[in-house]
Design a protein around this ligand. Structure first.
Ligand code: IPM
Ligand code: MG
Length: 352
């Protein structure tokens, strides 16, 4: 019996998590599991004043895998940084030491028309963003705001230890070996010392992977090349903040942010979450797209439990459901069958 922890969080998080559970239930025979649900983010702030309570942390550390929904919303935006709902996800990444965030971008042929780019620019796109997740300006100190009104100053610190760079570089090169054997490492070494170190250390680690091709690209250029010639990218290795930005950009190539899953891996722990946010504008309406969350379950089967077979069944279930024309509002196409979050989840679960 596998032990999972569900952290639905805020906004559309609870709605999409319910659909992930339908998928888990549909495959229960092949993958027996028990799960607990805990509070995180704004939901936890409302219940106990903290976005990442100790109880949630302890259960996350004890679970074999964590499924995470989304956190954040206008209700908690006025809170100081360390008490914002977003500290739910940032806190758990740090506590579980989830340093490697994998964000695959693959196209669904029937959704091609939804891409903001012309067909010729997205043809053949299949890439994965490997984002460092526990370092960089997200966690660097010192940070804060000092001074009185009229004279305030805000500051953050971009900081990377070479060990942090090494381990994520190994992740990227190993992954590239299972793909098209190309890594493009993103930095801003023309301006930032921390990024100069990033580039140097990635090159050093590359010496152990002569069969993998390595290129380096400045982040501003990368944001353009992802639009101009996305199909050329295979593994895109990024520091934390640039990966946050580029993965949103890359995901919309496929048509909707709502389709993209992610895995966050540490040495001993793993968490799976869609890359989109809590979407407060549509929360509670039952129209969110559960596909990113459901494909995150597929990543869990494969990466935490070595069950590529189950991952494949989930991916095929999603592909069939889309091929048969079922669409949530964000991916509606002419002639499509418009369904709500729950119907979409049921359609996918019934095809497993
Ligand atoms: C993501 C999100 C988070 C991040 C937020 C919610 C803190 O945008 O997972 O990409 O910035 O990492
Ligand atoms: Mg993001």
């Amino acid at each position: 019996m596998h032990k999972l922890l569900l952290l639905p969080g805020d906004g559309i998080g609870t709605e999409i998590m319910a659909e992930a559970v339908k998928v888990l239930d549909a495959l229960r025979q092949d993958f027996p599991f028990e799960c607990e649900t805990e509070l995180v983010g704004g939901a936890a702030i409302d219940a106990c004043g903290l976005p990442f309570p100790d109880k949630t942390r302890d259960k996350a550390l004890a679970a074999e895998a964590v499924l995470f929904g989304t956190v954040g919303g206008p209700k908690w935006d006025h809170m100081p940084t360390e008490k914002r709902a977003e500290m739910g996800i940032l806190g758990i990444r740090k506590a579980m030491q989830l340093y490697a965030n994998l964000r695959p971008i693959d196209l669904f042929p029937e959704l091609e028309s939804l891409s903001p780019l012309k067909a010729e620019f997205i043809k053949g796109v299949s890439l994965i963003v490997v984002r460092e997740l526990t370092g960089d300006v997200y966690f660097g100190r010192p940070r804060g705001v000092t001074g009185e009104n009229g004279n305030r100053e805000g500051f953050n610190t971009m900081r990377y230890h070479e060990d942090e760079i090494k381990r994520i570089a190994h992740t990227a090169f190993k992954l590239a070996r299972e793909r098209r054997k190309k890594v493009c490492s993103i930095d801003k070494s023309n301006v930032l010392e921390a990024m100069g170190l990033w580039k140097a250390v990635v090159s050093e680690v590359h010496a152990g992977y002569p069969d993998v091709e390595l290129s380096h690209m400045y982040v501003d250029n990368a944001s353009m090349q992802l639009i101009r010639r996305a199909a050329d990218f295979d593994v895109v290795l990024t520091p934390n903040m640039f990966g946050d930005i580029l993965s949103d950009e890359a995901s919309v190539l496929a048509g909707s942010l709502g389709l993209s899953p992610s895995a966050s891996l540490g040495e001993n722990n793993a968490l799976y979450e869609p890359i989109h946010g809590s979407a407060p504008d549509i929360a509670g309406k039952g129209i969110a797209n559960p596909v990113g969350m459901i494909l995150s379950v597929a990543m869990m089967y494969e990466l935490s439990f070595g069950r590529k077979d189950l991952a494949q069944r989930v991916r095929e279930g999603v592909a069939k459901t889309l091929a048969e024309g079922y669409r949530t509002a964000d991916i509606m196409t002419p002639g499509g069958k418009k369904v709500n979050t729950s119907e979409m989840g049921s359609q996918i679960a019934s095809r497993l």
